[in-house]
Design a protein around this ligand. Structure first.
Ligand SMILES: Cc1cc2nc3c(=O)[nH]c(=O)nc-3n(C[C@H](O)[C@H](O)[C@H](O)COP(=O)(O)OP(=O)(O)OC[C@H]3O[C@@H](n4cnc5c(N)ncnc54)[C@H](O)[C@@H]3O)c2cc1C
Length: 456
């Protein structure tokens, strides 16, 4: 079968590339996806029969239509300050324009009426500065897990006719032909003139193999390590009610490391995340007030970058996560008071605490897992946050570990997001250029427009 364009991966990057091609060209396009259609994506953890991750062959949380973003909180951060370095390739203005364009499409496909928050003019900037914290600038569209699902469903309805979708069809290999590319799967092989690779974090290992086979230069990227904090929503409500998601950075006194908040979920849930069989922690929340919990959660992360002689930052992150999986059988939870007193948390101490955990995790000791320097930074930041949100450093505040943000190696791409092989594009989180829904989606639109010849 021959296509004009083949897209590998149906996450936000792949979906928005497909969207542009379907709406603005007649190019014959196919999307290959390891996972299933949206409705068939079902994580077996039900809290009763299956309580923790059973390492399914294909993870329904990470793979399938909607990609890793399908059951996410649906926070579209419209900013160049974080979420990726797309602007370095395509320019700040274009990047922001495309993020707004994606927002418009989301709004016209079920997202209308959802809240847009902004840091512009917020008094918290000053309050943060007065307490050695920096609030990063952004506008945040919060779709919530429920509306995000509806938007994805509506997008698929419009895409399924003009685009050929091949679900449960992981691509095994990409071969460069004299003209175009051959995309090989277990169900057969397909050729195309242009190939857009958008395989996200879950496709990171596979993609590094592709880059090696095709001699595409890559650079090591960083890994972010830390914990997810869960506390009563009231403690952060004065911040989350106004900003929803605030990205706050703290520079530690001891080591001058940057610790930052990440993925804030007011009234949300802490959840497991499975990356390449390793269980880490994440969080999300719902737009529907009826689905809200009493807690807010957010991550505190420290970035680590390795260069010489060891350069595999992800392997380092994986090893730390594996250690927590070895000790806790999955994610470990610890009261902040227990961590400070140098003792493990137990089922009894967690039960006696005032914060009711939203994730079933194993009570334990995070100091046995996280390197001292990272843990010291996190503890310092908790005390810094306590000054703008008193109660953050309460004994009963829960810390889940480990949270790891794996960044794919950065693929060497030009201003078209094209590799050294003409016609082979790499976008989204898989390329290492983006780390968020809005940047990944924008990168998809950008490349599709490039292929159609709209933004030359
Ligand atoms: C629990 C959770 C919550 C999150 N919350 C937010 C949030 O609120 N805001 C935010 O900005 N970001 C959030 N993120 C991150 C966000 O989901 C990603 O940045 C975004 O999905 C990246 O899009 P992508 O298209 O690059 O990759 P992905 O969404 O990872 O999609 C890649 C797709 O490619 C498929 N694939 C991989 N390898 C192959 C192959 N060989 N053949 C065929 N298909 C393949 C995968 O199955 C997957 O469906 C969250 C992530 C998680 C896990």
């Amino acid at each position: 079968m021959k296509y004009d364009v083949i897209i590998i991966g149906a996450g936000p990057g792949g979906i928005f590339a497909a969207w542009e091609l379907a709406k603005k060209s007649n190019l014959k396009t196919a999307v290959f996806e390891t996972g299933s259609v949206l409705e068939k994506r079902k994580c077996p953890i039900d809290g009763v029969k299956v309580k923790t991750c059973i390492n399914c062959k294909t993870c329904s949380i990470m793979n399938g239509f909607g990609g890793a973003g399908a059951f996410s909180d649906g926070k579209y951060n419209i900013t160049n300050d974080f979420g990726g370095s797309l602007y370095e390739h395509i320019g700040r203005e274009t990047a922001l324009e495309l993020m707004h364009y994606v927002d418009d499409i989301n709004m016209s496909h079920g997202g209308e009426g959802t809240a847009m928050y902004t840091t512009a003019g917020s008094g918290f900037k000053k309050l943060c500065m007065q307490n050695k914290l920096t609030l990063l600038d952004a506008s945040v569209r919060h779709l919530g897990t429920d509306i995000n699902y509806i938007v994805l469903k509506n997008l698929y309805e419009e895409l399924k006719d003009p685009i050929d979708f091949y679900f449960n069809t992981p691509v095994k290999e990409i071969r460069k032909l004299e003209e175009g590319f051959e995309v090989i799967t277990d169900q057969g092989s397909y050729t195309c003139d242009k190939c857009i690779v958008s395989v996200g974090r879950s496709g990171s290992k596979w993609l590094s193999g592709v880059c090696k086979d095709l001699d595409i230069p890559t650079k090591a990227n960083r890994v972010d390590l830390g914990v997810r904090v869960e506390l009563p929503a009231q403690i952060f409500s004065h911040i989350t009610d106004e900003l929803y998601e605030s990205k706050i950075v703290y520079r530690t006194q001891k080591f001058e490391d940057n610790v930052r908040t990440f993925c804030m979920n007011p009234y949300g849930l802490v959840v497991n995340e499975n990356t390449n069989g390793i269980i880490t922690v994440n969080g999300h929340s719902f737009e529907d007030p009826e689905k809200r919990t009493e807690n807010t959660n957010f991550a505190l992360l420290v970035a680590k970058h390795f260069s010489e002689p060891f350069r595999d930052s992800n392997e380092y992150g994986e090893s730390i996560a594996r250690l927590s999986n070895m000790l806790g059988g999955g994610v470990i939870v610890q009261r902040f008071g227990d961590l400070e007193r140098g003792r493990r948390s137990t089922e009894k101490r967690i039960l006696e605490g005032t914060v009711r955990p939203t994730l079933k995790a194993t009570p334990g000791d995070l100091s046995l897992v996280l390197p001292k320097r990272i843990l010291d930074g996190i503890i310092e930041m908790i005390y810094a946050l306590d000054k703008i949100a008193p109660g953050t450093a309460n004994d009963d505040t829960l810390l889940y570990g480990v949270e790891v943000k794996f960044y794919n190696m950065e693929v060497d791409l030009d201003e078209n997001l094209e590799t050294c092989h003409k016609g082979l594009y790499m976008i989204g989180d898989g390329s290492g250029v983006t780390h968020s829904l809005s940047h990944a989606s924008a990168s998809g639109v950008y490349v599709a427009d490039r292929i159609i010849g709209l933004n030359e």
